[in-house]
Structure formats: C-alpha cells, structure tokens
Design a protein around this ligand. Structure first.
Ligand code: GRG
Length: 343
C-alpha cells in the first residue's frame, strides 16, 4: 500500500496496515509489547554517572533563542499582522526544535552563531503550525502556551495570515541572516521545506484529519506522528549538523536521532494528555480522548506506553554513540528530558 493512497484523495478508507517501509518501527516493536497496566506518569530516566544540568542548559539556550527571535521580528507595519506573529512566536514555548539545532551544531564542533538563524526558522515553522493547528477548522483549540490561541486573540483571518507570514519569514530569515557558507544555508532551507510540506508535517496533519473518529492501528498512528511531529525535529537536528559543517554520516545520524526523539515526544504527549491538567500543560488536557483520537495509551495502555518511551530514549542514545561524549551530553539529556517532562 503506497503512502500517497493513505493520504489522498480525502475520505478514502483509512488503512491500518503498514503503508511504507519507513513506518516499520511499530511492527518491529509489537513483538515485545508487554501486558497493559496503569501508571500515572511518564518514565523517569536517570543515569547517576552522567550528571548534567539540562534545565540550566535549556534555559540558557531558550533565552538566547528568544532574544534572537525578538531581534529577527521587530514590530513594524502592518502592525497588527506583526503583533499577531510576535504574540505566538514570543509566547513561552519550550524551544525544543531550536535547541536541537544548536546542540547538534555544537556536537560537530560548530559555533552556535552559525546555526542560530536556522534554529529560529525551525521555531517559526513550528509556531506557524501551532497557530494553524489551533484554528476552528483544524483542531479547534482556544488555549495555547498558557494563553488564548492566536485566533482567539486576533481573529481567525489574522491567525491564518500570521501563520502564513511566519512560514514565509522562516525561510527568508534562514537564507538572509545565516553567516555560513551558502551551500550549507541552501541545504538547510531545503531540509526545512521538505520537513514542513506535503511529505512532512502537512502530510501528518492530513493523515490526522483522515483518521478522525476511526480506529487506527500502531503503524498508522506512528506514521501520523513521524510526519506531524518527528519530521521537523529530524530536520532541526540535521540542520544543526549541516550548519556546523558536519560530515554526511553525522547528518544522517542526527536525522535518525531527531526522528526517534520526535516519536518519543509524541508518545509522552499522549501520556501527558491523560495524566496532567490543563494548567500543568498550558493547553487543553484530555483533548485527545475527548475527540476520540487514537493515542499510544489508548492502544497500548499507560504502562506499555511508558515502556515504549524508555525504549525510544535508548534508541536516541544509540545514535549519539561515536560522537565526543561531552559534546553529546546535551542531546543525551534532551532525550531523557523529553521522556520525563511534565508539560
Ligand atoms: C501550513 C505548511 C503548513 C503546515 C501546517 C496545522 C499543521 C499543518 C500541522 C500541525 C502540526 C502540529 C501542531 C503538530 C504537533 C506538534 C507538537 C507535538 C506540538 C507541541 O510541541 P511543543 O510541546 O510545544 O514543543 P511548545 O509550545 O513547547 O513549543
């Protein structure tokens, strides 16, 4: 079954079989999925011998990303449009994608400044997707990052256009602001475009819409998340290596790391959706089950979903083997943080 026929045209029956070889993680994993029991939280993954203050690292990187985003997008005419763009872009997100880019750049010995514009572009694309995702015609959510969604604050028309403008500006900024060899910049822009478009997170959103109200299996669920969430994380990580001047093999390793971390992120998101409150999450809790969406806890049970998250942390760590251990530390801990985060 070709992937395209799962997604297009609209309203075709949703298949529950594995549509492409790249969706094979689930089928390999199913062999050892354990029996289901309930747990109340995501797993805590700890390694006493590998202490690192990721909280401080993330806070410092996020602070620099926030400052770069603020500088990149000053308020100017048309003011209401820029205000709507800034409202969502500068709202308090975790900045996981730009941190992935910066950490991947440093992993291969690159300087943070070489990767910052591309890191900001990844965040702009992510924020555009959040604005569009929250729209009444898509996921219809009024609450995002602890405040009213963009369309609630600015109206639907502005939210659509603010998302579009952020999307365009992401590529402009990556191309115009990067101080790096042009072939690296070109490649990074192409990576981001591919990850976002009709074979990337947009495809994941289409699949998500098509699956609404339908029973889907693990392979289809994994396919949705690999596109909707993991593609941009893959690209963010790969772009960091590209901007840092890493070798081809290193780009592909970080792409695989980003893919696993993206899936991990979604498994944990599904767990948090049923174990945390709206206040803790900064977005509507319990939304997935209320909408009848298939989730990892629904298919596997909470405990098995937690074990899957632990397994994915291990896979992410495998991709970092062979790199300088100290330089790989932030990315190793980032995977663990994603597994044990609370929001
Ligand atoms: C218009 C090209 C185009 C694409 C938009 C709407 C859409 C297509 C895609 C939706 C993609 C989406 C919202 C995926 C969910 C990804 C996800 C896990 C979001 C939450 O990420 P966090 O937790 O959020 O990192 P913060 O707020 O911390 O940044």
């Amino acid at each position: 079954m070709a992937y395209a026929s799962v997604c297009f045209p609209m309203n075709v029956p949703v298949m529950t079989t594995c549509p492409s070889p790249s969706w094979s993680l689930a089928s390999r994993r199913r062999r050892f999925l354990p029996a289901v029991r309930c747990v109340s939280s995501v797993p805590k993954v700890a390694d006493e011998a590998d202490l690192f203050d990721l909280k401080q690292y993330m806070a410092e990187k996020a602070r620099r990303v926030d400052a770069a985003l603020d500088r990149a997008l000053p308020l100017r005419p048309p003011e209401r449009l820029f205000a709507a763009m800034r409202y969502s872009l500068l709202s308090p997100g975790k900045r996981v994608r730009p941190v992935l880019t910066l950490a991947a750049c440093e992993l291969v010995g690159g300087d943070e400044s070489a990767a910052m514009p591309v890191a900001c572009a990844a965040e702009m694309i992510h924020v555009m997707s959040l604005i569009h995702d929250d729209l009444p015609c898509i996921d219809n959510d009024d609450f995002r990052r602890g405040r009213p969604a963009n369309h609630v604050a600015f109206g639907e028309g502005f939210a659509v256009l603010a998302g579009d403008a952020l999307h365009c500006f992401a590529y402009e900024h990556a191309a115009a602001a990067a101080r790096a060899p042009p072939e690296r910049v070109l490649r990074a822009v192409a990576e981001l475009g591919r990850a976002t478009g009709a074979e990337g997170l947009l495809a994941g959103q289409i699949m998500d819409i098509e699956c609404e109200g339908k029973e889907v299996g693990l392979e289809v669920l994994e396919g949705i998340h690999l596109h909707k969430t993991a593609k941009l994380m893959e690209a963010a990580a790969a772009c960091g290596v590209i901007m840092g001047g890493g070798r081809e093999e290193e780009v592909e390793r970080l792409r695989r790391y980003g893919r696993v971390v993206g899936l991990l992120f979604q498994v944990v998101d599904d767990i948090l959706d049923v174990t945390r409150t709206t206040e803790e999450l900064g977005k509507t809790a319990g939304k997935d089950s209320a909408c009848g969406k298939t989730t990892y806890p629904k298919l596997l049970g909470l405990e098995a979903a937690g074990r899957l998250a632990e397994e994915l942390v291990g896979k992410a760590e495998e991709e970092l083997q062979g790199f300088d251990r100290n330089r790989a530390r932030p990315l190793r801990h980032l995977a663990r943080y994603i597994a044990s985060r609370n929001n």
